[in-house]
Design a protein around this ligand. Structure first.
Ligand SMILES: C[S@@+](CC[C@H](N)C(=O)[O-])C[C@H]1O[C@@H](n2cnc3c(N)ncnc32)[C@H](O)[C@@H]1O
Length: 301
């Protein structure tokens, strides 16, 4: 299945299935000895979606190490653990700095609004496609989960006028905001990516912060890795061609784009993020380009 401008999905199809994939990785990562993250909801959320492959993964009836020969699937778990921890730390640091308003763009099955120790008075907006955000909210209720903040959901396509939808949900552009885009950019057309950062910048009061990640080659090497992951999973009956979900085309380097728009930007390659969290990045030719993905934090003064 290829992309079209107005395509939509649920958590079991197309781009939505990638949110389930990431949640499965978080469920597995949360169980590791010396775990980097603790996401007590990921497993239940994956079960609620009901994709057999991911349910078996979190049930432990399909060993992640058996899912392919090259260790790609196992590394996915570690990559997602490091990525999740990076964004967790970003929000916790912003909260400590006094930022009370947060926006999670493309929230998928992210459970931060339920599991992070938000300060009193914190508001967290979650934006994603309607079927994704509604199913996640229903599943969390079913799991008996309660937000640890004032959680507001915004059901919207991020290629559309999401700023208007965000404002309608009570977003206050006069307040400093912590923004995240995690696992999103390759699923947006290049021009929508630029528009996203334009809109974020326009709605950011001084003191706002932003965390994101991207690959410096625009995602070409991501496609290669994603094809390998798709093949491995196809062998186990889960058929989604991940590279078909990415938008091709030249992209602006996010760090440069943000700098031009007045943000003070810090980047760290994934290999450095692994070291920061005491994890080894495995030797693997196929995955070597993944070392170069950049974790970005930016602030607006
Ligand atoms: C790889 S998942 C990441 C989810 C979440 N950020 C996480 O890390 O667990 C990609 C998410 O982006 C969302 N997404 C991608 N394109 C979108 C769009 N145009 N509008 C709204 N959501 C979108 C998908 O629905 C999905 O939840």
């Amino acid at each position: 299945m290829t992309r079209s401008d107005s395509d939509s999905w649920d958590l079991a199809s197309s781009v939505g299935a990638t949110a389930t994939m990431v949640a499965a990785a978080r469920a597995l990562a949360s169980r590791e000895p010396d775990a980097l993250i603790s996401d007590p909801y990921a497993e239940g959320l994956v079960r609620a979606v009901g994709i057999d492959f991911f349910t078996k993964l979190v049930d432990g009836t399909l060993d992640v190490g058996d899912a392919d020969d090259s260790g790609v699937a196992r590394l996915m778990t570690t990559i997602m653990a490091v990525r999740t921890r990076f964004f967790d730390d970003f929000f916790l640091n912003a909260s400590r700095d006094g930022v009370q308003q947060s926006v999670i763009l493309a929230s998928g099955l992210d459970s931060r609004a339920y599991r992070l120790p938000w300060p009193d008075g914190a508001t967290v907006f979650e934006l994603d496609q309607p079927q994704v955000i509604e199913a996640k909210t229903a599943a969390m209720t079913h799991l008996g989960a309660h937000p640890t903040c004032d959680r507001r959901i915004v059901a919207v396509d991020l290629r559309d006028d999401w700023p208007a939808a965000l404002r309608s949900a009570g977003f206050d552009p006069a307040l400093p905001t912590a923004w995240s885009t995690e696992g999103l950019l390759v699923y947006l057309p290049p021009e929508a990516q630029d528009r996203l950062f334009d809109d974020i910048t326009a709605m950011s009061a001084p003191g706002s912060a932003l965390a994101t990640e991207y690959h410096p080659d625009g995602g070409a090497s991501m496609s290669e890795r994603a094809a390998a992951v798709s093949d491995a999973w196809g062998d186990h009956g889960f058929r989604v061609n991940l590279p078909d979900l990415f938008y091709a085309g030249e992209r602006r380097a996010v760090a440069d784009y943000l700098t031009e728009h007045g943000w003070r930007v810090t980047t760290a390659p994934r290999s450095e993020m692994f070291a920061r969290y005491n994890r080894d990045f495995p030797e693997n030719d196929l995955l070597a380009p993944m070392r170069e993905s950049l974790a970005v934090t930016a602030t607006l003064s």
